[in-house]
Ligand binder design. Structure first.
Ligand code: RB5
Length: 152
């Protein structure tokens, strides 16, 4: 799979470990985050990964900051992006199967490296189930486009 990974200063070490892990598994990883521990504003990485995903330049995105929250909030402002913060592998699987999340996010200050690897495995091995879940995704898209829902 072709993946984009972005981060801020709080997640540099974890990012490098995860790039190595993903490449060993055969994934191609585009690194768009900061490689330095100097203070770095997470919305920059959130936007870049979101653009790569929204423009279909990569298959899925990965975002890491201190908590995973700020960087996912930024990514979710881009049309077509569904970035989900996860701290466990079960949620990571379900956000793909049910919510068709195209970006996964987590926090280096929240999850350890082994949990982060398990989160990525669960997320990347899962597929969207469609069906009733598609109708709900369509509703999310309608909110994104019109700021309302016609048929509640
Ligand atoms: C940076 O200190 C921290 O605020 C950031 O990494 C993240 O946790 C924000 O949501």
């Amino acid at each position: 799979m072709k993946l984009a990974i972005g981060n801020d200063h709080a997640a540099v070490e974890m990012k490098f470990e995860l790039i190595k892990y993903l490449e060993e598994k055969g994934h191609e990883v585009v690194n768009v985050g900061t490689d330095e521990k100097a203070s770095f504003d997470y919305p920059i990485s959130g936007l870049k990964v979101a653009e790569l995903v929204a423009n279909n330049e990569v298959d899925r995105g990965i975002l890491i900051c201190g908590t995973g929250v700020g960087i996912s909030l930024a990514a979710n402002k881009v049309k077509g992006i569904r970035a989900a913060v996860c701290s466990d592998p079960v949620t990571a699987r379900l956000v793909r199967q049910h919510n068709n999340a195209n970006i996964i996010a987590f926090g280096e200050r929240i999850v350890g490296l082994e949990t982060a690897k398990a989160i990525l495995d669960a997320y990347l091995n899962a597929e969207f189930e469609g069906g009733r879940h598609q109708r709900r995704i369509d509703m999310i898209t309608e909110i994104e486009e019109t700021q309302t829902l016609k048929n509640e």
